[in-house]
Design a protein around this ligand. Sequence first.
Ligand SMILES: [Zn+2]
Length: 113
Amino acid sequence: MNKKRKEEIFSIIEKQIFDLELNIERLKDKIKPVSPDVSLGRLTRQEAMQEQELNKKLFENSTLKLTKLKYAKNKVFTENFGNCDICDEEIDIERLKIMPETVICMNCLNEKD
Ligand SMILES: [Zn+2]
């Protein structure tokens, strides 16, 4: 991958990290324990807890993605960035633009499933 493309990917990563960190901050508020003395009806309280479960999952996925993105950001300008971890072929640039943290190409991903 040439330097210009790497710079492009680098700015995409920075943008994604920025958005993700904002999102994580918002989610942190939403996953605080539902206070037992909130005067909600039984169903509403259950719904609130279900929503909280969903937000917890989102929070976990987001922090995991953030870790991967930060790792990718550190690696963008190394020689092997953009190569598949399994077959060592270049990962499709369009795939990297959407998921810059990916380390596996579509071919290997399909074979894995
Ligand atoms: Zn591959």
